[in-house]
Design a binder for this molecule. Structure first.
Ligand code: NAD
Ligand code: UD1
Length: 339
């Protein structure tokens, strides 16, 4: 019998790619999303790719009643929680919004799961929980010291999960700390569709390449890195969601709490990413050097060995593929998803 996987935030960037891979792997995803940062057109695209229109329940993870109805009406085997807010700047100006969406929302979800005796949970955490430990290669033992409210909200949820597991060791929980997810499904039918001006590098580069923005601002070229610009561990979104499939497999072996970084173990500078994108797209990406962005670390990447040992997973797709697939999505959908 196919397992039903509740995917909160399943119409968002990472969630939509997860839903595709779940369907392709024989699972039955059930999407729960309030469309605060996504559009219903995503469902048409998922159907185009897989031939299956996933079930969607519209709702907010902070609404206990809506979640209870969902769990009452559907038998759920496991939950992957992507629902949440992720803009660092906004988390500084509106901390309550972030603690409500991310922390309160996850607690409500866990409470309803417990009520319906569903105790398999995969959580989208972020490398941002590490802050700046004074070195660049992070492993899962790197001290947790988030430096913004978004990171703090992720850390708070992780703490809730650690305390929950300590008190109730019959849960199976995977905390997955993502490095920098980029790229799109190879079909170009789904991808990242940021609202307004992108905060992150890859969507900004691709919007410049497609002519939506005039140039990229490079935030600093005086860092102690190969070419002076910031270096990050970019990971293809399809590799990322495949890591979740491995996590689901491991969780099905029995109760446990796993905490794993998902990244490639490599790093790419801003200038290297611009060059790779120009090559993949055949478009020029004009840029200007600007002052450093507050709160940015020069470089960081993961040591990917625990993911390999615990999940049997390693990222397969390289920077060229990440740029090619981003461009395929962006050039086919210059304005993102239709309304
Ligand atoms: P996204 O904004 O594209 O997707 C989030 C989805 O959740 C959206 O469809 C949104 O409508 C929905 N949502 C938000 N709040 C909700 C609520 N209260 N109830 C129901 N639905 C709600 O973001 P994404 O990039 O796909 O990220 C998914 C998760 O991964 C987030 O938790 C994010 O913090 C985490 N993460 C993302 C990145 C990244 O760079 N994209 C990196 C690390 C961690
Ligand atoms: C950002 C978030 C982090 C989140 C991560 C997920 C901040 C401060 N941090 O991290 O919490 O987990 O995304 O992917 O927002 N850059 C430019 N020009 C731009 C945008 C970025 O030069 O227009 C540079 C940055 O200085 C950095 C690199 O590109 O060196 C990557 O930036 P970005 O994509 O925003 O990711 P992070 O800073 O790693």
């Amino acid at each position: 019998m196919s397992q039903n996987i509740l995917v909160t935030g399943g119409t968002g960037y990472i969630g939509s790619h997860m839903v595709v891979r779940l369907i392709e792997s024989g699972y039955t995803p059930i999407i729960f999303d309030n469309f605060s940062n996504s559009k219903p057109a995503v469902l048409d695209r998922i159907e185009q790719i897989t031939g299956v229109r996933p079930l969607l329940v519209k709702g907010d993870i902070r609404n206990e009643q809506e979640l209870e109805n969902l769990f009452r009406n559907h038998q759920i085997d496991a939950v992957i929680n992507f629902a949440g807010k992720k803009a660092v700047g906004e988390s500084e100006t509106d901390p309550l919004l972030y603690f409500s969406y991310n922390v309160e929302g996850t607690i409500v979800l866990l409470r309803v799961m417990k009520k319906f005796n569903v105790k398999k949970f995969v959580f989208s955490s972020s490398a941002t929980v590490y802050g700046d430990p004074g070195y660049d290669e992070f492993n899962e033992e790197t001290p947790l010291a988030p430096i913004n409210n978004y990171g703090l909200s992720k850390w708070m949820i992780e703490e809730v999960l650690r305390k929950l597991y300590k008190a109730e060791p019959d849960w199976s929980i995977a905390i997955l700390r993502y490095f920098n997810p980029v790229g799109a499904h190879e079909s170009g039918l789904i991808g990242e569709d940021p609202n307004g001006i992108p905060n992150n590098l890859m969507p900004f580069i691709s919007q410049v390449a497609v002519g939506k923005r005039a140039h990229l601002n490079v935030f600093g070229n005086d860092y102690p890195t190969r070419d002076g610009t910031g270096c990050r561990d970019y990971i293809h979104v399809m590799d990322l969601v495949e890591g979740h499939l491995n996590a689901l497999d491991v969780l099905s072996k029995g109760p446990q709490l796993l905490t794993v970084n998902l990244g490639t173990g490599g790093s790419t500078s801003v200038l290297e990413l611009i060059k790779a994108f120009e090559k993949a797209s055949g478009k020029k990406v004009p840029y200007q050097i600007c002052p450093r962005r507050a709160g940015d670390k020069a470089a960081y990447w993961t040591n990917p060995s625990l993911a390999k040992t615990l999940l049997g997973w390693t990222a397969k797709r390289d920077i060229e593929t990440m740029c090619k697939d981003t461009w395929n999505w962006q050039s086919k959908n210059p304005q993102g998803y239709p309304d």
